[in-house]
Design a protein around this ligand. Structure first.
Ligand code: PHB
Length: 545
């Protein structure tokens, strides 16, 4: 068939970088690992960097959170996290054990939701991780519905155990399981309606799983409760959790049906809302010339637009691509196993999550913001910090110092009074009116330097001004000689979750010049951080440090 070469090569690069240890690589290593020409790798990387899916750091490239968008579209379309996430949270609380939700993916089992409560040292899987069906609790539930081709693929894969680490990098290698043994587990799963994992992944780790069906009666996913032999045997875990899991199955199936119905009737949903409707690859091509692989960019745009089953026309419309272009991309993605043809439409397959999702979804807040802050420091030659509001104080959650002789004694965890700091003022500015008034009234502001504003009415006016302007500037109110400029950072829901600032010395020059030099890079950095936060928090809560 007529495969779109650059798209195929771009996905090959992303797969190599999604393997363990690959999330940050030198271009020469990337060329070696993919077997692609160095000039091809250069062009693929330039394109992926332009799209924001990779970023360059020193002489290496690294996976970046916007690469989660295709996976986010898949997860939105499959409906499972939205429908089952809340129930899984509740069950994890109730059992005080980890609860996960996984979907069938070929002869594997791929995680789409993880609520982790793991106390003993054991593997914790990430969203997007893939397990072999024979090594986990959900596997037999899914294998019960395999057709002949699927079973043949499983048998063939088992026949070459040396390739196991390459297929399933998330699990420690073990000798292959006997086919008869797995068949017995499948038969038992069918007869009893649940399945277990008695330390098939690693010693101590046990799990029980129940199937959750979609409206057509097929097993859409499995909910697992995961424990450890220090707390349970498989029998006692089953006894403690199965009755409740069974009680909740009806509600989970109803929730899934509801989410899927909303998704279909609403037409193109989340993806279309973010699509611009005009092909952005064309503009990029004009800017970057031959280094930009238009068909790779378009293929990834198509993948991001597939939030459920979409017809060719819907995909063309929501991406702004010509039908023929969208069709070639879809057929290439189908050929590579990321998309499946259903009726008159196409839908994304769980394999989309293999593209960096597990690594990126496990990044912590500090890891997400740090590279952006380092870039801000490089551009401004000033120290950058992030803080959250904590009572009447701000608490530093990330910091990148500029290398200067004079540096302020601040580290992650440092607390300062909110009223006297630029970050405090933008954070206060995000509060509802009544709450702001209460905080200012209770803050008991004191003069820290001769310039500190302490009058509550005046502070209220300053905070209001910060809200209007979208930034706050503090000139020697916290410390003689210290100026700082801060902007708010919002999460995917538009809520201000933190503030970002740069601090500078009063001797740097007139206030207007300082503002003119620092505000643009600061605002730009905040919006890049926000884009990353949007990608990593789609449908999930962000855990702030
Ligand atoms: C997990 O969610 O970590 C998990 C699920 C099923 C298993 C093992 C681990 O069989």
């Amino acid at each position: 068939m007529d495969v779109v070469g650059p798209l195929e090569r771009g996905l090959a690069v992303l797969r190599v970088m999604s393997a363990p240890g690959g999330h940050r690589m030198r271009l020469s290593d990337l060329a070696r690992a993919t077997g692609l020409a160095r000039s091809t790798v250069d062009r693929v990387v330039a394109t992926l960097v332009h799209l924001g899916h990779l970023r360059e750091i020193d002489r290496e490239v690294e996976l970046a959170p916007p690469l989660m968008e295709p996976g986010n579209a898949y997860l939105a379309g499959c409906g499972v996290p939205a429908a089952l996430g809340p129930v899984a949270e509740r069950l994890a609380d109730e059992f005080d054990e980890s609860v996960s939700v996984a979907v069938p993916d070929g002869d594997g089992v791929r995680f789409v939701t993880q609520i982790t409560r793991r106390r003993t040292m054991s593997l914790a899987f990430r969203i997007g991780d893939l397990l072999p069906a024979e090594r986990c609790a959900p596997g037999p539930l899914f294998a019960a519905e395999w057709d002949e081709d699927a079973r043949a693929a499983w048998l063939a894969r088992r026949a070459s155990p040396e390739r196991l680490p390459e297929h399933f990098p998330a699990v420690p290698a073990r000798p292959p399981v006997e086919a008869e043994e797995f068949d017995r587990r499948v038969a038992r799963a069918v007869a009893e309606g649940w399945s277990a994992d008695d330390q098939l992944i690693e010693p101590g780790l046990i799990a029980v799983a129940v199937p959750v069906r979609d409206p057509s009666g097929r097993t859409a996913c499995a909910v697992s409760v995961v424990s450890h032999t220090s707390r349970h045997t498989v029998a006692s875990l089953a006894e403690a959790t199965l009755p409740r899991l069974r009680e909740e199955t009806g509600a989970m199936e109803a929730a899934l049906a509801r989410v899927l119905a909303e998704h279909t009737s609403g037409g193109p949903g989340a993806a279309a809302a973010t699509a611009v409707g005009a092909d952005p690859a064309r503009t990029a091509k004009r800017e970057l010339g031959p280094e930009f692989l238009q068909s790779l960019a378009r293929g990834l745009t198509v993948l991001c637009a597939l939030d459920g089953t979409r017809s060719l026309s819907e995909v063309a419309e929501s991406t702004g691509l010509a039908r023929a272009t969208a069709r070639r991309a879809l057929l290439t993605l189908e050929h590579l196993g990321y998309v499946e043809h259903v009726g008159r439409g196409f839908r994304p397959l769980p394999r989309v999550l293999e593209l960096g999702y597990a690594h990126l979804s496990s990044l912590g807040f500090a890891e997400i913001v740090q590279p952006h802050m380092a870039d801000l420091v490089r551009r401004t030659h000033e120290s950058a910090s992030m803080a959250v509001l904590d009572g009447d104080e701000i608490r530093y959650v990330a910091r990148v110092p500029a290398y200067k002789i004079m540096s302020v004694d601040i580290t992650v965890g440092t607390r300062l009074p909110a009223y006297a700091t630029s970050m405090g003022r933008v954070l206060l500015a995000s509060l509802p009116h009544a709450e702001l008034a209460a905080r200012l009234a209770g803050a008991d502001p004191r003069a820290i330097t001769g310039r500190t504003v302490t009058d509550p009415a005046e502070l209220a006016k300053i905070v209001e001004g910060a809200a209007e302007r979208g930034h706050a500037f503090v000139d020697e109110e916290l410390e003689e000689g210290l100026r700082s400029l801060a902007v708010p950072v919002r999460d995917g829901a538009g809520q201000v979750v933190a503030a970002l600032n740069v601090a500078t010395h009063a001797a740097r020059g007139p206030v207007e010049e300082t503002l003119a030099a620092l505000l643009p890079p600061l605002t730009e950095t905040a919006s890049r951080i926000e884009a990353d936060l949007r990608a990593v928090t789609r449908g999930r809560r962000l855990r702030l440090p």
